[in-house]
Write a protein that binds this ligand. Sequence first.
Ligand SMILES: Cc1ncc(C[n+]2csc(CCOP(=O)(O)OP(=O)(O)O)c2C)c(N)n1
Ligand SMILES: CC(=O)[C@@H](O)[C@H](O)COP(=O)(O)O
Ligand SMILES: [Mg+2]
Length: 625
Amino acid sequence: MSFLEKINSPADLKRLSPSELPMLAAEIRKFIVEVVSKNGGHLAPSLGTVELSIALHYVFNSPEDKIIWDVGHQAYTHKLLTGRRDRFDTLRRHGGISGFTRMSESPYDAFTVGHSSTSISAGVGIACARCLKKEKSKVIAVIGDGSMTAGLAYEGLNQAGDRGKDLIVILNDNDMSISPNVGALSSFLSRTFSAKKMQSLRKEIGDFLKSLPKIGDDIYQLAKRSEESFMTFVTPGMLFEAFNFEYFGPINGHRLSHLINILNNIKELREPVLLHVTTKKGKGYLPAERNPVHFHGVGCFNIETGECPDSSTVPTYTKVFGEAMVRLAEENKKLVAITAAMPEGTGLTNFAETYPDRFFDVGIAEQHGVTFAAGMAAEGFRPVVAIYSTFLQRAYDQILHDVCIERLPVVFALDRGGIVGEDGPTHQGLFDLSYLRSLPNMVIMAPKDENELCKMLVTALGHDGPIAFRYPRGIGTGVDIEENIVPVPVGKGEILRHGDDILILAVGSSVNDALDAHSQLTEQGISATVVNSRFVKPLDSELICSLARKIPRMITVEENVRDGGFGSAVLECLCDQGVTNFQLERIGIPDTFVEHGPQKFLRSKYGIDAPAIADAARKLLGSEK
Ligand SMILES: Cc1ncc(C[n+]2csc(CCOP(=O)(O)OP(=O)(O)O)c2C)c(N)n1
Ligand SMILES: CC(=O)[C@@H](O)[C@H](O)COP(=O)(O)O
Ligand SMILES: [Mg+2]
């Protein structure tokens, strides 16, 4: 029996001797690689935290002690040690265990995560609650260096430090976000200051030391002797100590004995503590160590070679968007691109290489990214903020307050709109049409295919106000991309098929499903009009109302929650225009969170695909057909 097979809970782990733990770590790594090679998942982050997870569960008493994993994409070992080994092969599969931590999945998952940088705030909340309940157990937040680039993390530190909370924050520093980490903080943590910064720090610290009565000058002379000794005065700890945290580290996060010793020591402290741990992303699996960006979140791959099976030759929406950005930036010198720590995910790596001065990776800071874009727009630039639909939720007030009120021309390119699949409810992009629609001055589009995506980008760049377009995760329809991209007229839809029995109004990627449904219906003798609405705001009310008067049986289709979405907009429009004699079926996601699973499967399960549209049409027509 392997060590791993003996472990059904942290209590079993504690039965192993310290000398057995490295062997357990090796088994865990092998198992994680095996499962992720079949199911896909966040391999490199999870391989980096094997020893840290073992040490945490060896020293602390979860679930009484609360271990909160930030993002949760590095928690695979935690799952294996907390009773989920037998189900681990269902990772990210529909009905199987989640790729992140979920309170509803296990009592050992102290908090539900997926979006980054929440762990410290949640930890402070839990610690305060424990205090009120007079409970003594420990609260530990494990946060990565990338996640530390978000303002939210500092809001948590600020409160914890001020209140002197009994909270342990473990900074898992691998010098990487998904891509290499960015920002001044990242160079502070790794102590890779620029020469200029070093000079100014030298001066500031020198002056400070010299000002100390009696001993100051001696310490200064000592510190001056070498760069290295100088650097000992400039530690990442300074930052956290300013927040009243007791700082320890940096320590090697792959040395189990060391980790266990230090965790045993800090466990006894009753104040805010920050332990800085350095780890390697992808540790122990060479392809992932060599290419941590690719193996951050990966699909199936061959374990021997690290290679993924041949992917489709049809480009993804993301790729088409990225290429269009590079092309358009050549003629439009005002075009700048902004990403929040997702240059690869949003297809902007080529842009970054071609136009480094016009590319801005703000780190995991969606709120800042949007206000930063507003600042650039106020100065006459055309910022394109490329953020996943789900992550833009963070920046709602910035869109409203900093962009929409003054009608600043910021373009929002919302990738991963709709069902994203295996990442599950934290990541589905199912709310954007609803959450953007209520904002005055906002224009919202969704392309039917990747060629229309390019047209919408051109439309957006020519529009004098806030404008968003959202497009799905994954490959496009395979249409050719026109050489000369012309804009679409704002607020105008297009009729794609003519028919008298039923009116199907679709938006975005659902247009294709509507066309497939049209073909199925035609075979059954049902004739349908299919409209590509293109715009959710402003709606083409003229077209919609005139068609509704002629064909009063209607279906709206969207890959968005029904509440407040495209179908709701159509209903409001009909009502406002006095069109009353109609039957309308709104196809979209019901009022629920959509779990993880394959995109195609979930579209079918939630009844938003072509067969569901055809079914709805037949039902509306009832016995007539
Ligand atoms: C609000 C938000 N924005 C973006 C992301 C996408 N994202 C997931 S993990 C990650 C990098 C996190 O880096 P770090 O915390 O250092 O963890 P590591 O992957 O290095 O272990 C990013 C940008 C997210 N999950 N949440
Ligand atoms: C954990 C996280 O938030 C990201 O890694 C996300 O899973 C990326 O999603 P894509 O795979 O769609 O780029
Ligand atoms: Mg990191």
